[in-house]
Design a protein. Structure first.
Length: 77
């Protein structure tokens, strides 16, 4: 199981919004509570399930810091 730093732990406990279409391999290994879903990891690559690419439908980069409720293609999990 991954280790959580203080900022990621705070996001988990606050039930921070994460787009349901953001994916990284860690989500399949560790589940929805992986820290890679909340803070960008240098060891992970991210994709959008809608586009199957590193950018979303709006051509914006797919990383946890950008896939938030203010984005037009955001869909909460």
């Amino acid at each position: 199981m991954p280790t959580f730093d203080d900022s990621t732990r705070a996001l988990l406990e606050a039930d921070a919004s994460v787009c349901r279409h953001l994916r990284t391999k860690a989500l399949h290994v560790y589940g929805q509570d992986t820290p890679d879903a909340f803070a960008t990891s240098r060891s992970s690559s991210y994709q959008c399930l809608r586009t199957q690419f590193v950018t979303g439908p709006d051509q914006g980069l797919c990383v946890p810091e950008d896939c938030h409720p203010g984005r037009g293609c955001f869909d909460p999990r």
